[in-house]
Design a protein around this ligand. Structure first.
Ligand code: TYM
Length: 387
């Protein structure tokens, strides 16, 4: 193993997911903790509400979530930070952390910072994107994010290429604490890696130091390496170590290995796909069924490998009773693969219909999230001790 998050059978880094991820093993490799029943109950009770992604442990791992809840209970509060690398259209997997973040923001009424890493996506040479491309995707992706419906009074969405000047003093303080051999070990960089990529981790770490309160970061577990570095340097700079809550990856339509990708459009449903495309893609998705209907009825299917069932379980069917009945019906052969797909098509189509309506509305409301006034000014002054 040459770096953390890489095992003989799978590989998880902020830029790639290969193989079938063994999440329990990943938790050990990354040194995070599984969310215990007790911790989930505490979060649910303070939130005053339960969340299906938490109940099902789609958000399954964490760092210091217990301390975040201590801070909240003691009235010290906390804030949220998450982000998106605007390299292309967003798919239904990317939106999962944002919906979960919205749930947290609504329940705890806290500030939220959303970083658009248009710099990072330009620096990843293999993507072949120009700065104009990443700028255009930033705007498109920010509309998707705004469509989720965050609290405009407590949310600040910023693009690195625009906002970096404001962050630079802190980015420099962070950068001076990280040497090359450290990022090489954490991210697998080598002598050929461009120096922009080598510097970039400092930029993704800084929003986890925006306030002198604990920061909770909801994201899929691929982003955790950044938080690990943040946690090693935060206290030395007078800040809290970042806390994190990690999700699993919504599996690609093509089956349980790897990650959905814009370069493989059949592997993902994009938020901009029309109903016809959604139907076609889901219809072609990998299934956990038997080769013939007769065999399926007799032997039953495998819900763990069935993409349609997994998508319903991860996100699209909130009702636990319904989803457990589907699992059982599929396993026993009562529910056929085609029927499972039809159920998912209906769910995804109605979700996207509502989503695209909200996305159109976001064209008029996006400025409420990107204004560098209220929250951004407040943050800046607090950081420099002007408050
Ligand atoms: P990006 O654009 O690769 O991913 C955006 C968010 O989506 C999560 N994610 C997924 N979640 C569920 N299922 C999937 N299949 C799936 N694929 C991706 C990612 O973990 C992420 O939460 N460098 C980052 C941008 C960033 C960021 C952050 C992300 C900057 N600051 C703070 C999270 C938190 C990136 O390129 O994300």
């Amino acid at each position: 193993m040459d770096m953390e998050g890489v095992d003989e059978s799978f590989r998880v880094t902020p830029w790639e997911v290969e193989g079938v991820v063994d999440y329990e093993r990943l938790v050990r490799l990354f040194g995070t903790e599984l969310i215990s029943d007790e911790l989930m109950a505490r979060l649910t009770s303070l939130a005053g509400d339960s969340n299906h992604m938490l109940r099902r442990r789609i958000f399954f791992s964490h760092r210091d979530l217990n301390l975040v809840l201590d801070d909240y209970s003691a009235g010290r509060g906390f804030y949220l930070y998450t982000g998106r690398g605007p390299s292309g259209p967003m798919h239904v997997g990317h939106i999962i952390p944002f919906y979960f973040t919205k749930w947290l923001q609504d329940r705890f009424n806290v500030n939220l910072y959303i970083q658009m890493t248009d710099d990072e996506k330009f620096l990843e040479e293999s993507r072949g994107l120009t700065l104009e491309d990443t700028s255009r995707w930033s705007y498109e992706n920010m509309l998707d994010i705004a469509a989720v419906g965050f609290n405009p009074d407590r949310t600040f969405i910023f693009r690195n290429t625009e906002y970096l000047g404001n962050m630079l003093p802190l980015v420099l303080k962070v950068a001076r604490k990280i040497n090359f051999s450290w990022v090489r070990a954490v991210f697998g960089f080598n002598e050929q890696t461009n120096i922009g990529m080598v510097f970039f981790p400092a930029i993704q770490i800084v929003p986890a130091l925006f306030e002198r309160r604990r920061c909770l970061i909801p994201a899929a577990i691929d982003q955790d390496p950044y938080w690990r570095i943040q946690r090693d340097i935060a206290e030395g700079l007078g800040f809290y170590k970042a806390a994190a809550i990690h999700s699993r990856f919504l599996m690609p339509l093509t089956g349980p290995t790897g990650k959905m990708s814009a370069s493989q459009p059949e592997s993902a449903v994009f938020l901009s796909d029309d109903p016809k495309t959604v139907r076609k893609k889901i219809w072609q998705a990998f299934s956990g069924g038997q080769p013939t209907v007769e065999q399926h009825r007799r032997l039953g299917g495998n819900p763990d490998a069935d993409v349609a069932f997994q998508w319903l379980y991860y996100f699209f069917e909130e009702d636990d009773r319904k989803v457990e009945k589907l699992r059982e019906d599929y396993r026993s052969g009562r529910c056929l693969s085609g029927e499972m797909k039809e159920i998912l098509i209906e769910k995804v189509t109605s979700f996207l219909e509502e989503f695209s309506r909200r996305r159109e509305e976001a064209r008029d409301t996006l400025h409420l999230y990107t204004r560098d006034g209220g929250l951004a000014r407040e943050m800046w002054e607090r950081r420099h001790g002007l408050d």
